[in-house]
Design a protein around this ligand. Sequence first.
Ligand code: ADP
Length: 247
Amino acid sequence: SANNKLQKDIADKVKIDEMRKEFLDNVSHELKTPLASIRLLTDSILQDASIDRDTAREFVADIGEAADRLIHISQELLELNRLDEGRDMAQEPVDWTEQVEKIGRMLAPLAEEDRITLETDLGEDCIVRCNQEDASQILRNLMENAIKYNVTGGEVLVTTRHQGAQVLLSVADTGVGIPEADMPRIFERFYRVDKARSRQAGGSGLGLSIVHDMVLRNDSTISVAPRPEGGTCFTVVFPAFDIEEDI
Ligand code: ADP
């Protein structure tokens, strides 16, 4: 049995090494694409002495977009690191009504670009026990995806409900939907259903994996389901903040 344990330890180590390798492969790949664009666009501008002003401006705008992608990816990698270290884990009462209104204001310009309506249906007493920063990241990511993967003129509905010892948060959209076959994989790191669309929207496939980790470490659960009328609905169930227990 000591032998069995040794074999298991070795198998675990091989598995961790494989995961680390895969992770680094993915990160390198994500960094390579925007860096290659920056290189290419810079060369185009520098090598063409007679380049006209408009074309040059267009290329510089593309360089800016590639830089935004790199900023976004590095922010997400820092976030993953914060999760792995398990720091900043103080849990406190978080009022979903305040959060939904705050994130809604932040995302309003993004929604307006595609004429997407943000609707809310906020129940009474929806106060959860959660790390404050995690709570706003979770909500922000789900709402941002609901906008990014929507259709022009579509809708996003955020609902909160207090039910017994739990608080439900759901983010539903009228968007492109997620194929049944991809559903089990969307919480994996770097997994994207439609790579082209995700990249265009500035995504790296890390968002939902971060949400998933944050949900778990706050004693909550997350699930996803297609909506019968089309689109997707994510539901997160948090423990309700209980004054008796927490003070
Ligand atoms: P990304 O950074 O690409 O948005 P996420 O981890 O947030 O990555 O999401 C993973 C993938 O799941 C996305 O690339 C997209 O294909 C799909 N997805 C996420 N949310 C939605 C949604 N609300 N509707 C349709 N597809 C979605």
